[in-house]
Design a protein around this ligand. Structure first.
Ligand code: FES
Ligand SMILES: [Fe+2]
Length: 382
């Protein structure tokens, strides 16, 4: 899991006048909406004696801790310590980490890391959002799977014919193959498009594919470690673009937010059918991905046998190594060790940690960066 990226934390319309707890990157966070309507995100553990702030209340535009009533504003600064009495001065260490937020596409995104604003990787944009020729639907799902395995499944062009019988295509057809992937390097990842064989049976997609002037095309791309888009161009005019923000709850649990954009069957009345279809397909993936072994993608040694159709998976893994080399990867083994030894609180470091010291809780351990292993340890394609 990586710090220094944006994560979709919750639907915007679930943020009201109560604090809301979410768990991301194995750390608890509290979300709330301040008096100006801005979404706020703080580390959930009170620096006084460890209460969960999300069990508190919103008071005076702050989260009030449920235990002794300390009040923390949207920047994480403590504004009041009631036990000190009227007119008291709050010590500067009375502060919790606060994380930048953005609301887009009906979601609250939080930036979990300490990079200053100018250096932050952007949120993957939904290019068609707000375009009246397109219709959006939004859903989420929980999987008991590592988020990287989930993304790799989404990037994979060779599983559809086996995992998704509903697509009406079969990998058992004698002339089946995955056509060449046309790769594109993107600022924060890789993408590809390729042509795929049309459906061999009449399916949901073929019903909208009557013209067949061009072969159907599809492809995917990742943006950072946890965001991806799949583009399905059934013909020249009927397109589906599916934007997925995978949020690692922890190493083995993932919440995915899917924004499905379509430029056909636009009436709102069809939204439910589209989402139902999305969930059906996601279920077909889930049962495979939750049983992969090892549960996490091999981080170092190439212990899998990759083929040309896995090219984007290999490139995605290479990018992960680059971000690891920047020192952005959480050392989950070390984290598990410190948590097992004692009941230790760690936090995701926030941008304010670059400006001042004196924090009560230590940051989560990060891998040191600069690969110890050479190129031979990088993902290879057979
Ligand atoms: S634990 Fe939060 S105020 Fe005491
Ligand atoms: Fe799939």
């Amino acid at each position: 899991m990586f710090i220094n990226f944006w994560y979709a934390a919750e639907y915007s319309d679930r943020l009201h006048s109560e604090p809301l707890r979410v768990r991301i990157l194995s750390h608890d966070l509290v979300l709330f909406r301040d008096a100006d309507g801005k979404a706020r995100c703080l580390s959930d553990t009170c620096v006084h004696r460890g209460a969960s702030l999300s069990r508190g209340k919103l008071k005076h535009d702050c989260v009030q801790c449920p235990y002794h009533g300390w009040r923390f504003d949207g920047e994480g600064r403590c504004q009041a310590i009631p036990s000190l009495g009227p007119g008291h001065k709050v010590p500067p260490r009375a502060r919790v980490d606060a994380y930048p937020t953005e609301e887009r596409y009906g979601l609250v995104f939080v930036f979990l890391g300490d990079l200053p604003a100018a250096e932050r990787p952007p949120i993957m944009p939904v290019e068609e959002w707000g375009n009246e020729d397109w219709r959006a639907t939004l859903l989420d799902y929980y999987w008991q799977a590592n988020y990287q395995r989930v993304i790799e499944n989404g990037l994979d062009p060779a599983h559809n014919e086996f995992v998704h019988p509903t697509h009406g295509m079969s990998g058992e057809d004698p002339d089946y193959r995955v056509n060449e992937l046309r790769m594109n390097e993107e600022p924060w990842g890789w993408s590809f498009m390729h042509t795929y064989r049309g459906t061999s049976t009449k399916s949901f997609l073929t019903r909208f594919n009557e013209k067949k002037r061009v072969p159907p095309e599809a492809g995917t791309g990742h943006h950072g470690p946890n965001q991806m888009v799949t583009k399905i161009h059934i013909n020249e005019t009927k397109w589906l673009h599916q934007y997925i923000y995978e949020t690692p709850i922890d190493e083995f649990h993932t919440r995915g937010f899917l924004i499905n954009m379509r430029n056909f069957v636009l009436p709102k009345i069809l939204d439910r059918a589209v989402s139902k279809r999305n969930m059906l397909v996601a279920e077909q993936d889930r049962v495979i991905v939750e049983r992969l072994a090892p549960r996490r993608t091999p981080r170092r040694a190439p212990t899998e046998l990759l083929m040309p159709a896995d090219k984007i998976v290999a490139l995605y893994r290479s990018r992960m190594r680059e971000w690891e080399d920047r020192g952005w990867r959480i050392d989950t083994e070390a984290l598990n060790r410190v948590r097992a030894q004692g009941d230790v609180v760690t936090v995701i470091p926030s941008p304010a940690r670059r400006e001042r010291g004196g924090w009560v809780f230590d940051p989560a351990p990060l891998l040191a960066g600069e690969a110890e292993a050479g190129d031979a340890q990088r993902p290879q394609i057979a």
